[in-house]
Design a protein around this ligand. Sequence first.
Ligand code: ZN
Length: 293
Amino acid sequence: MLLGAVEAGGTKFVCAVGNENGEVLERIRIDTTTPEETLSKVFEFFKEREVEAIGLGFFGPLDLNEKSETYGYITTTPKEAWRNYDVLGAFKDNFQLPVVLDTDVNAACMGEAVWGAAKGLKNCLYLTIGTGVGGGAMVDGNLVHGMLHPEMGHILLRRHSDDDFQGICPWHKDCLEGMVSGPALIKRIKGKDVMELKEEDEVWEFYAYYLAQALVNYILILSPEKIILGGGVMKQEHLLKKIQFKVKELLADYVAHDNVKDGIEGYIVLPGLGDNAGISGGLALAKKALLNK
Ligand code: ZN
């Protein structure tokens, strides 16, 4: 079974062909420019290959309500050329195949649930901390969409008393994304090289504090069985431990489960699929679409 997957981000699109075991057999990278230019290259790639279904993990926000007139559109993105663009329609016009669209983070969550760190679990959460911050959640085996889809990066937090950083979210200033995204980090350290920051720099204390608060909220609301943290900021290896420690501290023994009490190292983890979580998730979405056809 050959499946197609697209991981669409603000700077690049990754297109891949893989199989039903989540193995990526071939991939290309396309720069994100205008929808017409970028997608014509994407379509060309898939037209030369015999895929049976295509799974799309896209930057958003997206309209994922099947009853909506603008179902399958990218909506209020800051990337102007893509605003109100019917991305699902463009694929459906070009391919007589099952095509399924979801957010990039929901796709990554799905990939991790099918083949990665949350394999076999029906309740898990994937959070990326990179250019932006966003989360995808699976509850009882289904990706959560709801009214539109969760926007976990924009939750509001209690501020660290020693932190005077303003936050850079254009809408909320000091929401989670405004405080801990990659661009927020660059602004915080004012031109210093991230790689030269010491592990004990107070910046990481702030990062752990805000990310742990976010995870505590997600744990209390969604009760995930596994939490997976991806994205460029998590390449700072020491950060994971700091977050795990802080989550335990903030939960303060209230959640009496071994995952939190003794097993936090196995509960809050990095992606099992590494940087392939998103693209494998696209394959998982395609596989599911084919099975449900
Ligand atoms: Zn925000």
